[in-house]
Design a protein around this ligand. Structure first.
Ligand code: ATP
Ligand code: MG
Length: 442
């Protein structure tokens, strides 16, 4: 029915030949059934962990989580997690079961899984085991809790974020009773670690349905990101905008490339707007200085989410400059390339484009053309190998020291001065020309 990788076939055959049951289970079954490539294959089996280890004697085995019944088989470069059928014990912290017990019944293992589409197992001999209507929900594009939604979200509140994430990534709808329970139990997310929330949030934002999920589950996202409070229904009272701040944000996220830092920047780029809003005497809305406020709020949010430094830095830079105009001239582009580096510059254009695509389409045509022009100018500068940073400058610190400039602050100033002169085309980027230019001024 489905073609499985040879390593997966090998593991299932080996376990069944030894008299145990074995299936692929969870996300990989869901993905195989919707004809998508699974990110990894998980195997579930009636064999106890020691029995799994015995079956794969001579193979590369890692005892990943024996207490939870998981053994990893490394077969021809593919890691396969093999987990014994398991029942999760009571949950008292909205996060993890206090204990787990093994069972001989696959249905009990499927019952502990989060959503019906993730609660199916498959083996080439037996076919699909679907105890909770996962097949039907998959066909109809529905995310539905296995069993009582309230109980399941209370057991492990991360499932709230997982529901939103799967809905966004797969383009599915969340079943009505599951949705009600998510809204009701959203505050439980406060018990979940920042790292796990951040991982789900990023996947959600990179999903194809992120816009709809942001709009529909705004009050859930507010729990993990209070920085977005005040966006919903916030009328911008400005002809450039046809959306409230929240819809503008959601549309901007939708139009941003699927790179975590860019999506996060798009999500928070305007969170400072409600704080800076005022109307002038004509009743037109303005948000002067909002990027700086968005930057500050985003900084707090990223620290709380324990985002890594590189993602934080990039997202914050994009937020800071998202509204700063750049003239479509070589000089202005060179200055920008020097200030933020080419990679960040191209990401900034992506954010500016997404921001404009979420404004009044009758007014943004010129801005969008300018953004494309900026990209072309930057590419040309880089292709030509033109100088736009100190490392391209035809003189370095040593040259200037030899020319009599004292090391220290003065030196840095002189180099910046020469770079600016080159970018402004007041002098050629050649060693002699630069040294003579400096001499005139000394
Ligand atoms: P992905 O494509 O992101 O890997 P996935 O469905 O495989 O999606 P995993 O986090 O790899 O998700 O988990 C594998 C399976 O384990 C899930 O399909 C689900 O059956 C189960 N699972 C994972 N996390 C939970 C949870 N918090 N509560 C209940 N079941 C879970
Ligand atoms: Mg997985």
């Amino acid at each position: 029915m489905f073609v499985l990788p040879p390593q997966v076939e090998f593991a299932i055959n080996k376990l069944t030949a030894a008299g145990y049951e074995a299936y692929i289970v969870g996300g990989c079954v869901r993905d195989v059934m919707r004809l998508a490539e699974p990110s990894d294959y998980d195997i579930t089996t009636s064999a106890l962990p020691e029995q799994v280890i015995a079956v794969f004697k001579g193979e590369k085995i890692i005892e990943t989580g024996l207490k939870h019944g998981t053994v990893t088989l490394l077969k021809e470069g593919m890691p396969l997690e093999i987990t014994t059928y398991r029942i999760d014990g009571d949950y008292t912290d909205n996060r993890r079961p206090n204990s787990v017990t093994f069972t001989a019944n696959i249905k009990e293992d499927l019952a502990r899984r989060d959503f019906t589409v993730n609660a199916m197992a498959f083996s080439p001999k037996i076919g699909i085991v679907d105890a909770f209507g996962g097949k039907k929900d998959l066909k109809n594009g529905i995310i539905r809790s296995v069993g009582d939604a309230d109980r399941r979200f209370n057991e492990d509140a991360l499932r709230i974020m997982r529901a939103l994430r799967f809905a966004s990534v797969l383009g599915f709808t969340i079943a009505e009773e599951t949705k009600k329970s998510i809204i009701k139990n959203r505050e439980l997310l406060k018990n979940i670690s920042a790292e796990r929330i951040a991982a789900e949030l990023i996947k959600l934002l990179c999903g194809k349905n992120a816009k709809d999920i942001i709009l529909e589950y705004y009050e859930v996202l507010e729990v993990i990101l209070p920085e977005i409070k005040g966006m919903q229904g916030f009328d911008q009272k400005n002809r450039w905008h046809i959306y409230d701040v929240l819809t503008h944000t959601a549309v901007a996220v939708e139009n941003t490339p699927s790179i975590p830092a860019l999506k996060l920047a798009a999500l928070l780029h305007d969170c400072g707007k409600p704080d800076t809003f005022f109307t002038d005497d004509k009743g037109v809305g303005h948000f002067y200085g909002h990027p700086e406020i968005s930057f500050k709020k985003a900084k707090t949010a990223f620290a709380r989410l324990k985002l890594d430094n590189a993602t934080t830095e990039l997202a914050l830079t994009l937020i800071k400059y998202h509204d700063t105009p750049i003239e479509p001239t070589e000089k202005a582009v060179k200055r920008a390339l020097n200030k933020i580096t080419p990679d960040v510059f191209f990401s900034l254009l992506d954010i500016k484009r997404a921001d404009n695509l979420a404004q009044n389409p009758e007014l943004t045509a010129d801005a969008l053309v300018t953004i494309d022009t900026l990209g072309k100018i930057a590419k040309e500068i880089i292709e030509k190998g033109d100088c736009f940073s100190l490392k391209d400058l035809a003189v370095n610190g040593n040259d200037l020291i030899n020319a009599g400039i004292p090391a220290g602050k003065e030196l840095g100033k002189a180099l910046d001065f020469l770079l600016d002169a080159v970018i402004s085309e007041r002098v050629k980027n050649e060693k002699q020309a630069l040294l003579s230019y400096l001499n005139i001024l000394l």
